[in-house]
Design a protein around this ligand. Structure first.
Ligand SMILES: Cc1ncc(COP(=O)(O)O)c(C=O)c1O
Length: 471
């Protein structure tokens, strides 16, 4: 039987050398314009995700990455990471079920939400997803009742003054002063505690956050050992940077982190060390292109400038342009609200002139402002802007408020990387593989036997013009 579906979001295999992302976006825009299409779209470079995985394995060899899929639940990203052998950090029944559908063994899944809904715990129990975090007594009581054989990981609150993009300590983590009391409660309830975890905060800006947290995890670990728990796992959470412009690089973090791990949890201990990176894997893989759907030019009414532009017009005399684009803070740019992100607009223009500009989303809400003030060449309605580093905490929480569509996603991968991960794929056509959102998901993958690896699926695909046929 053949299952057909149209190739809305195929992975496009690009022959090496792969053009730069700016060129790829420009090519895609040309295709769009030739079809009279002006919708916002993302380009996702699957190869970028693969390269991140390879860098992780090389630089942090003792730590198994469990991708925090809350960051971006895109099926292509999840499938790619699953096929590469990554583990997954899930926070809900929905996320667990998505990961199980990809055939990921339960030893590679941690239910890393310290405050879980009862029915979700039952779901985890039914599917043997037994590693889960806790940071409070009530959670222990629930787990004892609903999943008494669960393997619990104590999430501690790393206490430090380190700067982070998003502080998670306000919501989660057992303070070091309360660790002994909570562990004694676990003992009393006969709950199996087998690990310690922490999360330094999302978007860590100083590497020492990790060394401090590792030493505090060691303190908690010692208390647990003294109480008689068989401790076998350390979970160092997320917080790793995902884009080149981050205040601190992954390399800087790992040099300090590896030292701390070797000091407090040396290899001879024979324990399992995992991490829950989210933005690290996906931030830089996505570039979002938006169309300027409207423009207003307003007189400047503030006197904050001193220079002249090349036409001798002082900045105070310049007009200021308001650009309205077709994705905004209710869509992919929700990261501005939820993730304290700063968007950086790029345009295609040779003009050296720059004007005070602001960039707004498409909805009718005044809050829907992407950039309050920046300097851009003058742009016209119908032209495009693009935003790099749009993969983390963007499309995952985007809504369709005001009926505004979410951007479509176009997947690309360099031939070299694709061949490396899927050596058996069909090479006859450039456009040869696809997995997208649930609705477009090929029925052969959505129903049982519920998992086929991407590699198997790809080898059973034959490509014809604009559609893909699963044999
Ligand atoms: C429990 C947990 N693990 C991992 C992550 C991923 O963090 P990051 O994207 O900073 O790596 C988060 C993010 O909020 C989280 O809450």
């Amino acid at each position: 039987m053949k299952h057909k579906y149209s190739s809305i979001s195929s992975v496009e295999i690009i022959a090496d050398p792969m053009p730069c992302m700016t060129q790829l976006i420009q090519d895609k825009i040309e295709q769009f314009e030739s079809r009279d299409c002006e919708d916002a779209f993302c380009v996702c470079d699957v190869g970028d995700v693969v390269n991140k995985f390879k860098a992780w394995k090389e630089l942090l060899p003792r730590v198994e990455p469990f991708y925090a899929c809350k960051c971006n639940t895109d099926e292509v990203v999840v499938k790619t990471l699953a096929d590469l052998g990554a583990g997954f950090d899930c926070a809900s029944k929905g996320e667990i079920s998505q990961i199980l559908k990809h055939g990921v063994p339960t030893e590679r899944i941690i239910y890393a939400n310290p405050c879980k809904q009862k029915s979700f715990i039952k779901y985890a129990a039914k599917h043997n997803v037994d590693m889960m975090t806790f940071d409070n007594e009530a959670e222990l009581v629930k787990v004892k009742e609903l999943y008494p054989t669960a393997k619990m990981v104590l999430r501690i609150l790393p206490v430090s003054d380190v700067k982070v993009q998003c502080n998670l300590g306000v919501k989660f983590g057992c303070h070091p002063n309360n660790v002994a009391k909570l562990l004694k409660k676990a003992k009393e309830l006969d709950v199996d505690v087998m690990g310690v975890s922490f999360h330094c905060g999302s978007g860590v800006q100083e590497a020492r956050a990790f060394s401090l947290a590792v030493s505090q995890a060691h303190d908690a670990w010692q208390i647990a050992v003294k109480l008689g728990f068989n401790m076998t796992m350390l979970d160092i959470g997320g917080g790793f940077p995902g884009q080149k412009s981050a205040p601190i690089s992954f390399t800087e973090i790992v040099s300090i982190l590896n030292d701390a791990l070797d000091t407090y949890f040396p290899a001879e201990m024979g324990i399992r060390i995992i991490a829950e990176p989210g933005r690290y894997f996906v931030a830089s893989a996505y570039t979002l292109a938006v169309n300027i759907i409207a423009k207003r030019t307003v007189a400047r009414d503030i006197s904050d400038a001193d220079g002249c532009n090349q036409q001798g017009v002082t900045k105070n005399d310049e007009p200021s342009h308001m650009y309205y684009v077709n994705d905004g803070v209710y869509g992919s740019f929700n990261c501005i609200m939820y993730d304290h992100a700063h968007a950086e607009a790029h345009v295609f223009s040779d003009s050296p002139l720059r004007f005070t500009s602001s960039v707004w989303g498409p909805t009718c809400d005044g809050l829907d402002c992407i950039i309050q003030e920046c300097r851009l060449p003058e742009m016209e309605v119908g032209q495009w802007m693009y935003f790099p580093d749009m993969g983390a905490y963007t499309i995952a929480a985007g809504s369709t408020f005001n009926g505004m569509p979410r951007p479509t996603i176009h997947y690309i991968c360099s031939q070299e990387i694709w061949d490396e991960i899927y050596p058996d794929h069909c090479t006859a056509k450039r456009r040869c593989e696809s997995m997208s959102s649930d609705a477009d998901f090929p029925s052969i993958m959505a129903t049982g036997p519920d998992v086929r690896s991407l590699r198997e699926a790809a080898s059973s695909i034959s490509c014809i013009e604009d559609e893909i046929v699963f044999a």
